[in-house]
Write a new protein. Sequence first.
Length: 98
Amino acid sequence: MPDLDPVIHAQARLRITATLATLEVDDTIAFPRLQELLDMTAGNLSTHLRKLEEADYVAVSKSHQGRMPVTYLALTKRGRRAFEDYTDALRDLLGQAP
């Protein structure tokens, strides 16, 4: 039986990584946009992003637009690989070839 990455397996973190995986490599998304897409509270999203960041699956960068702070998010190379491995493990579990 294939192992499913417990960091990604939580529903909210799976939704986050799946959404970030749709971005091109080196592209980022602003925190409010991701929050809107996933319909999550800021606190809930932050909590799950912290777990993903601790695993080095998500890169968080902060900057300013004018006087407003902005947080940008992206999958790291390790995070993208972990998501691909996770989806491959799911396919194996379901008996489907990639």
